[in-house]
Ligand binder design. Structure first.
Ligand SMILES: CC(C)(COP(=O)(O)OP(=O)(O)OC[C@H]1O[C@@H](n2cnc3c(N)ncnc32)[C@H](O)[C@@H]1OP(=O)(O)O)[C@@H](O)C(=O)NCCC(=O)NCCS
Length: 158
C-alpha cells in the first residue's frame, strides 16, 4: 500500500468538474478549512444547482481541493476555495483558479466577485496574482470567526 501512497504523492492532482457524488468529500474538505463548515446536504444542493460551477482537484481517489462559484446574469461570485493542508503551498489553488476562470469566461460571464478576509494572506496572494482588484471593504466582517474585515474583489473576464 505504501508504494501507492508514494506514487500519488509524486503525481500532480488532476483537475475536473465536480458532481453531486463529491458532496461528502467536499464537505469534509470544507469543514477542515473553515470555522463554519457546510454540511454534506448543503454541498449536495449546491452541486445539483445549475447556476453553481464547481471544479475539483483529485489525487488518486481523494478530493484534495475545490473551487465553487454561483452565476447570476453575466457575473459570478466565488463562494469557496479550499486545498487540503498536505497540498497547500504547491500551486494547486492557482491551477484550480486558472481553470475555473477560463470555464467561467467560456460560459460567457463578464466578471467575477468574491469576499476575502483581510487577514488571509495566502488567499489574498492567490487572488492578487490572478488579477483580482479591490472594489470594496466590509470592516469587521470576519471578526466573529477570528478574522478581520472583508475585502470585496473583482476580476473582469473580458
Ligand atoms: C487559500 C488556499 C486555497 C491557497 O491554496 P494553495 O494551494 O496553498 O495556494 P497556492 O500554492 O496556489 O499559492 C497561492 C499563493 O498563496 C501563497 N501561499 C500559500 N501558502 C501560504 C502561506 N502559508 N503563507 C503565505 N502565503 C502562502 C503562495 O505563495 C501563492 O502566492 P504567490 O503566487 O504570490 O507566491 C489555501 O491556503 C486554503 O485552502 N486555505 C483555507 C481555506 C481558505 O482560506 N480559502 C480562501 C477563502 S477566500
Amino acid at each position: 500500500m505504501n508504494w501507492l501512497v508514494r506514487l500519488f504523492a509524486r503525481t500532480e492532482p488532476t483537475l475536473s468538474t465536480a458532481s453531486p457524488r463529491d458532496a461528502a468529500a467536499l464537505a469534509a474538505l470544507h469543514a477542515a478549512s473553515f470555522n463554519r463548515g457546510w454540511s454534506e446536504h448543503e454541498f449536495e444542493q449546491l452541486l445539483t444547482d445549475r447556476s453553481v460551477v464547481t471544479d475539483r482537484a483529485t489525487s488518486g481517489r481523494r478530493n484534495v481541493g475545490f473551487i465553487l462559484s454561483r452565476r447570476a446574469a453575466d457575473e459570478a461570485e466565488i463562494l469557496s476555495v479550499a486545498v487540503a493542508r498536505a497540498w497547500q503551498g504547491r500551486g494547486l489553488a492557482r491551477r484550480l483558479l486558472d481553470l475555473h476562470l477560463r470555464r467561467l469566461a467560456g460560459l460567457g460571464l463578464r466578471a467575477v466577485f468574491l469576499e476575502v478576509d483581510e487577514a488571509n494572506t495566502p488567499a489574498r496572494r492567490l487572488y492578487a496574482r490572478a488579477g483580482f482588484r479591490e472594489v470594496g471593504r466590509r470592516p469587521g466582517y470576519y471578526a466573529r470567526s477570528g478574522g478581520k474585515g472583508a475585502l470585496v474583489l473583482r476580476r473582469d473576464l473580458v
